[in-house]
Design a protein around this ligand. Structure first.
Ligand code: NZQ
Ligand code: ZN
Length: 385
């Protein structure tokens, strides 16, 4: 097992009715700005629950955060925070509202010229970033229990992230009932995103870490069981609860302790979303099967373990088992209604070269060995046309 440091300070408050606990979680004298998206919380009653819970300390509001939150919109929130002196940000919604809140929390006290440098130049996220709390309505990103934030800049068509210990939410309220109103597309997206967070930390190279392996396999197996049920029975509380906890566990750092990590599927996916506007999970469903096929020799030992323990493929030729496990993964995504080919989203074939070149220019080391080159990226995406 590799060395690691693990610290996760996020308080999780889980279960139905838990939004009512907000007054105990937000400091009594806080000046709160509530940050939310395009209005789903007003249609499904979550907004009313938050306002009712905070009636003694009503929050001001900043709505209109887009899916794949935009830097330009976040800057407008930063202006309000600075002008009106808010000292607590409450994100209510999916990963986009929460990531926007984390970025605004940091950018509002950022001392440099351009807070985008926290994304593009690894400039430090301020240690005195404003505190953020969260009411999550979409299980997918794990943002509710990590220090990551992903923001898109319209002007340059970039989608970049920071990950900082100063950006953990103080608390996250996870009430599975808030997810009953998710459109099927977003429910499926959440399952795929959590699945790929897990594979990024599991389908790499063996590190003699059987506990982390089995934790990852538990998440994958649960997603495979519960994902289709959530689509069939959107108001099944236990199914929604299981999915919500899976998504949190997939990216709260625990399964990544002491093991090599990949994240190249996410890096390619972010470029696809930035350029062609597809949903985050759609981009992952496109890239992952190509990544696993192209990298199958280097990931061979873990792919065989995955084939056996997740897809019960135990007999026969090893190459065939690996190939079948990758096929089953792609079939699973498709069975949820998530397209797995560039053509499913009308993305032209020349995207392959464009995306690979953009990623190469970023100069980031990709893959668990940190050595994927442009030619590898081209091969991976060419498999997905
Ligand atoms: O904007 P509203 O009106 O709220 O509607 C949203 C949005 O249209 C809707 N929605 C959310 N909860 C709902 C609901 N509709 C009905 N009922 C509900 N309960 O769903 C749509 C998508 O919401 P969004 O927040 O964009 O989705 P998600 O949670 O998948 O977040 C995606 C963003 O998170 C980033 C992605 O790249 C993308 O920008 N990620 C963040 C990570 C992190 N911080 O750790 C890691 C991930 O890998 C990912 O990159
Ligand atoms: Zn993701």
């Amino acid at each position: 097992m590799l060395n690691f440091t693990y610290h996760n300070p996020v308080k999780i408050v889980f279960g139905h009715g838990s939004i009512a606990q907000l007054p105990r979680l937000v400091p009594a004298d806080a000046k709160i700005l509530m940050i939310y998206g395009g209005g789903s919380i007003k249609r499904n009653g979550v907004y009313d629950q938050v306002i009712a819970a905070l009636k003694r300390n009503p929050p001001a509001e900043f709505g209109g955060i887009e899916p794949n939150p935009r830097y330009e919109t976040c800057l407008k929130a930063v202006e309000r925070v600075r002008a009106e002196g808010f000292d607590f940000l409450l994100a209510v919604g999916g990963g986009s509202s929460l990531d926007a809140a984390k970025f605004v929390a940091a950018a509002s006290v950022y001392k440099g010229n351009d807070p985008w440098d926290m994304m593009s130049n690894w400039a430090r996220v301020p240690a005195d970033s404003l505190p953020v709390g969260c009411v999550l309505t979409l299980p997918a990103t794990g943002s509710e229990m990590n220090g990551g934030a992903v923001v898109s800049r319209e002007e340059t068509k970039e989608k970049l992230f920071f990950n900082s210990p100063h950006s953990f939410p103080r608390f996250s309220i996870l009430d599975p009932e808030t997810t009953y109103t998710l459109p099927s597309r977003q429910t499926a997206n959440g399952v795929v995103d959590a699945f790929v967070h897990t594979t990024e930390q599991y389908l790499t190279i063996p590190a003699d870490a059987p506990l982390q392996d089995r934790q990852a396999e538990a998440i994958l197996l649960t997603l495979i069981e519960e994902g289709p049920k959530a689509l069939a029975e959107p108001q099944n509380y236990d199914v929604r609860a299981n999915l919500m906890w899976c998504a949190t566990q997939a990216l709260n750092g625990l399964i990544g302790c002491g093991v090599p990590q990949d994240w190249a599927t996410h890096a390619l996916g972010h470029e696809l979303t930035a350029l062609y506007g597809i949903d985050h999970a759609q981009s992952l469903a496109v890239v992952l099967p190509g990544m696993l096929r192209q990298q199958r020799e280097r990931k061979r030992a873990k792919l065989l373990q995955y084939a056996e323990r997740v897809w019960q493929l135990c007999d026969g030729d090893e190459d065939a088992r690996v190939a079948q496990a990758i096929e089953r993964t792609e079939e699973f995504f498709r069975s949820l209604g998530v397209g797995t080919r560039l053509s499913d989203y009308d993305i032209p074939g020349d995207a392959v070269g464009t995306v690979a070149s953009r990623l190469e220019k970023r100069g980031v080391k990709l893959g668990e060995h940190g050595d994927l080159e442009k030619k590898d990226l081209v091969k991976i995406l060419t498999l997905r046309v």
